[in-house]
Design a protein around this ligand. Sequence first.
Ligand code: CTP
Ligand SMILES: C[C@](O)(CO)[C@H](O)COP(=O)(O)O
Length: 240
Amino acid sequence: MTTASGGRVVALVPAAGRGVRLGEQTPKAFVTLAGTSMMRLSVDGLLASGVVDHVVVVAPAELIGAAVALLPAGVQVVEGGAERIDSVRAGIAAAPDADIYLVHDAARALTPTSLIARVVAELRSGRKAVVPALEVTDTIKTVDILGGVTGTPKRSELRGIQTPQGFDAALMRRAYEAASADDPATDDAGLVERLGERVRTIPGDPLAFKITTQLDLTLARALTAATTKPATNTADEGLG
Ligand SMILES: Nc1ccn([C@@H]2O[C@H](COP(=O)(O)OP(=O)(O)OP(=O)(O)O)[C@@H](O)[C@H]2O)c(=O)n1
Ligand SMILES: C[C@](O)(CO)[C@H](O)COP(=O)(O)O
């Protein structure tokens, strides 16, 4: 089944990270906001967008069962790898029947459904690689290994890139086939750029921020506390 003409949209949700920078006991995708795991919130957003046909969650090997228990029926769960790129690759292999892939971090749990729909709409209009982008507000500098400043890129040319990132499926498969294990890109679009293909930005959304640190978690919990009611099978989610 597909949501609309233009082919089947498969969303890959890398959720196999440890969350070292967050520093919780629980792997980050299982950490809860108002009683619901980030992983579940991200999947619910994708499903609620109305533009996604199938969701594949990529989870830590030892938590596959826990992930299945926390997710709606029909969501596929597969084992992740050491790096994010390995986890996304596992997702692609598990769902080869896509025409469009979205890749969406479990850690961007508050992403509005409207952003997901805008990425897919842009792909359906003929773009092959689409990423949400926000202007940066800090001045960004490059530094050497000792922390000495080596340059100050023009801020007007810089963007903070979010997910979901969307790709024509054939292009994404080609990008991952060409990807080198010893020089992994920090996002999926980076692999497409290396093929010389154009990646299009669309306006991102501040609510799609990546929950990376304790400060991010505090902000995310404050934002959800007043508005999110835990789903009946997800309240006080535990891992065993
Ligand atoms: N081997 C990995 C590493 C990361 N991810 C996922 O990729 C997303 C973005 O990564 P990040 O925010 O860096 O998560 P972690 O790798 O868990 O964080 P940290 O780097 O602080 O350990 C997260 O949803 C994370 O679960 C993944 O699926 N597999
Ligand atoms: C893909 C990403 O979310 C785009 O901003 C980001 O690059 C992931 O980086 P992380 O270090 O794996 O969190």
